[in-house]
Design a protein around this ligand. Structure first.
Ligand code: ZN
Length: 347
């Protein structure tokens, strides 16, 4: 079938490629509708690898997807033809110790779309286990359905933060993951979220997500400490979500934290980060780390269905499949007014 293929020499091509199409008894065949372009897709396109994962063979890109069920495996009971769905892109080995103990996102044998050597889903249809497929509520569009994957990261981070009602959070970094973390933190009970970045346009989009509850700081021109002090009456924030992956930002998270606060590292810094342990000890700070997500898709979709989370303002750009190479070049040099670029495969 025709797919968007990243060649080992890092050229992109829309071309025919042989993909696994066998439908197992517990699988669904899903016609792909919308696919979001993730930072990881762009990274493979531009650099050919992320950590130990290297593009050595042609690989189909894309892992943030929604679509329509077009065929049911013999044993599938809880779906019907025509169901509108989104899919978790990582399929773990159910027998692994990580899966058995509830940490299936940490299973080293996980087969994750568009992570070499596993193909992604920028193609007309895909076969996927029903157990990692979720129905979209009627009021959730395909475009929003393809945003559940990044939202799941923010949901997982908010879950790890153990937010208490009324907490104030600081989210560092206003890329897609920072934005969805703002939404997850508010949905999870935060009364206010301070969002910091250096791009004014992005911060304006962040503010628009919840104008009464989101306070933005452009750290290129304003003091983050002053804004934190003003919003929290000098107490500091209860939770810091580090979503920038910036080493300096990551090292400074304890400065703005209240006593007994929590820090969640979400962004991935390029190298090791060291921090002031004593500063963290004096506040008895708790530090958490997240890798992807586990067991949050259904909850994310119920928040979207109930209207408590609206992802539409984050979907800023959309391209047809025939223009998907252009879409990737756009995403690789994204203007500050853009957050999520999606490719629409068809109706
Ligand atoms: Zn992604």
């Amino acid at each position: 079938m025709k797919a968007l293929v990243l060649e080992p020499d890092l050229r992109l091509a829309i071309r025919d490629i042989q993909l696994p199409e066998t439908l197992g008894p517990k699988d669904l065949r899903i016609k792909i509708h919308s696919v979001g372009i993730c930072g990881s897709d762009v990274h493979y396109y531009k650099h050919g690898s992320i950590g130990p994962f290297v593009v050595r063979e042609p690989m189909v890109l894309g892992h943030e997807a929604s679509g329509t069920v077009i065929e049911l495996g013999a044993e599938v009971k809880n779906f019907k033809l025509g169901d509108r769905v989104c899919m978790e892109p990582g399929i773990p080995d159910a027998e692994s110790e990580q899966s058995r103990t509830g940490y299936y996102n940490l299973d080293p044998a996980v087969r994750f779309w568009a992570t070499p050597p596993i193909h992604g889903v920028l193609c007309p249809s895909v076969v996927h286990p029903a157990s990692f497929t979720y129905k979209l509520p009627d009021n959730v569009s395909f475009a929003e359905g393809a945003m559940v994957e990044p939202l799941a990261v923010g949901m997982h981070a908010a879950t790890k933060a153990v937010i208490r009602p009324g907490d104030v959070a600081l989210v560092i970094g206003s890329g897609t993951i920072g934005m969805v973390t703002v939404l997850a933190a508010l949905a999870g009970g935060c009364s206010k979220v301070i969002l910091s970045d250096v791009q004014t346009e992005k911060l304006a989009i962040g503010k628009s997500l919840a104008p009464e509850s989101v306070f933005t700081v452009n750290v290129a021109s304003e003091s983050l400490g002053d804004v934190v002090a003003a919003v929290t009456g000098g107490r500091g924030v209860d939770v810091v979500f580090e979503c920038s992956g910036n080493g300096r930002a990551a090292a400074s998270v304890f400065e703005h934290l209240a006593f007994a606060g929590r820090v969640v590292f979400v962004g991935m810094p390029a190298g090791p980060v060291s921090y002031d342990v004593v500063a963290a000890q004096l506040k008895e700070a708790r530090v958490e780390h997240v890798f992807r997500y586990a067991n949050v898709y259904a909850k994310a979709l119920s928040l979207m269905g109930s209207g408590k989370i609206d992802l539409k303002p984050l979907i800023t750009d959309s391209f047809g499949f025939e223009d998907s190479i252009e879409a990737f070049d756009f995403a690789a040099a994204m203007p500050p007014s853009s957050v999520k670029v999606q490719i629409v495969m068809g109706e």
